[in-house]
Design a protein around this ligand. Structure first.
Ligand SMILES: C[S@@+](CC[C@H](N)C(=O)[O-])C[C@H]1O[C@@H](n2cnc3c(N)ncnc32)[C@H](O)[C@@H]1O
Length: 244
C-alpha cells in the first residue's frame, strides 16, 4: 500500500517513475492448501530478491532459454506453459502470496522443475537481478490497467521501464503483452513502439487492429482474462521483438 519507496534508502530506482509501484498489495489470505504449499515448497523454488545478478544456469541447473513472467497472478497459465515447454525455463515474478501458493501447488502436483519464483516488485527485480541481454522473453498477461488518469503513472508498461525490458532481452527475444483494457492496449502500443531496440512485426496495416498481434495459439486463458471475457471485453495482444 506504500506510495513511496526507495530501493536502498539512498537512491531512487531509475527504471520506473520515482517512488511509485505498479501494484497495491492485495491482502488476500492463503487457503490452507496454498499455505501448505508455500511453506513446504517455496524454499526450494524461490529465488530470494537480492542485489546480485541472477545466474540462470545455476538457478535452473541447465542453460535452456529463460522466459520471465511479470505478475503471474494465480499462475495457472504459467504452470501450463511450463508443463508444455520442458525445453524452456520460467522465472515468475509476483507479489501476491496466495497466487504464489497456488502456483507452488501446481509445481508440486506436476513436478515442474522448470519454474522459479521471485516474490518481489518486478521493477526492482529487473533492475537488480536480471542481466542485460540474458532473457529470451517477457510475458506480461493482464497487467493492472490503472484506468483512472491520476493513476496512469502506475502503469507498468511505460517508458523508461520498457527500455529496461529491451535491455534485458537477448537478441531474438520477445515481449508478449495481453490486456482486456482497450485504453491500456493503446497506451502500451505507443510506449513499446517508442522504445529503442524493439520492433513490432505487426506494425503495418491501417485497420483498427493495426499494431496488434493475432492471438498466439499456445497461450492459455488466464484468470483475469476469463473475468474480462465474462464482462464482454475484447482481448488485445502485443508482441514486440528485439532483433539485435
Ligand atoms: C491483473 S493481475 C493479472 C494476473 C494474471 N497474469 C492473470 O492474467 O490472471 C496483475 C498481477 O500483477 C501483479 N503485479 C503488478 N505489478 C507488479 C510488480 N511490479 N511486481 C510484481 N507483480 C506485480 C499483481 O500482484 C497481480 O497479481
Amino acid at each position: 500500500m506504500r506510495e513511496t519507496r526507495q530501493t536502498d534508502g539512498a537512491s531512487p530506482p531509475d527504471g520506473f517513475h520515482r517512488g511509485i509501484r505498479s501494484y497495491v498489495l492485495r491482502s488476500g489470505r492463503l487457503s490452507a492448501a496454498q499455505r501448505r504449499a508455500y511453506d513446504a515448497w517455496f524454499p526450494r523454488y524461490r529465488v530470494p530478491f537480492s542485489a546480485a545478478i541472477a545466474d540462470y544456469p545455476a538457478l535452473f541447473g541447465n542453460s535452456r532459454p529463460v522466459t520471465v513472467e511479470i505478475g503471474f497472478g494465480m499462475g495457472t497459465a504459467t504452470a501450463r506453459i511450463a508443463r508444455e515447454n520442458p525445453d524452456r525455463n520460467y522465472l515468475g515474478i509476483e507479489v501476491y502470496k496466495p497466487g504464489i501458493g497456488r502456483l507452488l501447488r501446481e509445481i508440486e502436483r506436476d513436478s515442474l522443475e522448470n519454474i522459479r519464483i521471485v516474490e518481489h516488485d518486478a521493477v526492482e527485480t529487473l533492475e537488480r537481478m536480471i542481466g542485460d541481454g540474458s532473457t529470451a522473453a517477457f510475458h506480461i498477461f493482464f497487467p493492472d490497467p490503472w484506468p483512472k488518469k491520476r493513476h496512469h503513472k502506475r502503469r507498468l508498461v511505460t517508458r523508461p521501464f520498457t527500455g529496461l525490458l529491451a535491455d534485458k532481452l537477448r537478441p531474438g527475444g520477445y515481449i508478449y503483452l495481453v490486456t482486456d483494457s482497450e485504453d491500456y492496449a493503446g497506451w502500451a502500443l505507443a510506449e513499446l513502439s517508442a522504445t529503442a531496440k524493439l520492433r513490432n512485426p505487426y506494425a503495418a496495416g491501417r485497420s483498427e487492429a493495426a499494431g496488434f498481434a493475432p492471438p498466439l495459439p499456445w497461450r492459455p486463458r488466464t484468470e483475469f482474462e476469463a473475468k474480462g471475457l465474462a464482462k464482454g471485453h475484447k482481448i488485445w495482444e502485443l508482441y514486440f521483438v528485439k532483433d539485435t
